[in-house]
Design a protein around this ligand. Structure first.
Ligand code: CO
Length: 138
């Protein structure tokens, strides 16, 4: 079973500008420092938004999948939803049993736990990230 909405991913051409914008709206204390995730080819920053977070994402290079998204959406935009799951392997089996293709293999995400993405065409047009969280999804 899928659990809580952990974050909404938002792609941006400039994480510095987006970070400043969100800091103005949510307060400086709500916005983390930006950091690189070389394995995923992105630089990210998290905004605390009450019961969830916003993940701001900027591509590190043209090879990043985010670069392709920004080519289609130059101003940036909503990129994915991330749901917590208690056990990623069980959740992957559940997703497949419900007809969702899994993109690639599990890897370490921005929170240091395993993640995987589900194909948007199998999820009503929404790219979905599953994130293993010890107390997530029941
Ligand atoms: Co994410």
């Amino acid at each position: 079973m899928f659990g809580r909405l952990n974050h909404v991913g938002v792609a941006t051409p400039s994480i510095a500008k987006a970070r400043e914008h969100y800091a103005g709206l949510f307060g400086d204390g709500a916005v983390s420092e930006a950091f690189d995730l070389p394995e995923q080819g992105v630089r990210v920053c998290f905004v605390e938004a009450g019961n969830t977070q916003i993940e701001l994402i900027e591509p590190l290079s043209d090879a990043s999948p985010i670069a392709g998204f920004l080519a289609r959406n130059p101003a940036g935009g909503q990129h994915h939803l991330c749901f917590e799951v208690a056990d990623l392997d069980i959740a992957i089996n559940d997703a497949r049993a419900h007809g969702a293709r899994v993109l690639g293999t599990p890897r370490l995400g921005a929170h240091g736990t395993r993640i995987v993405f589900l194909h948007p065409k199998d999820m009503g047009g929404v790219l979905v990230e599953l994130m293993e969280a010890p107390d997530g999804g029941h």
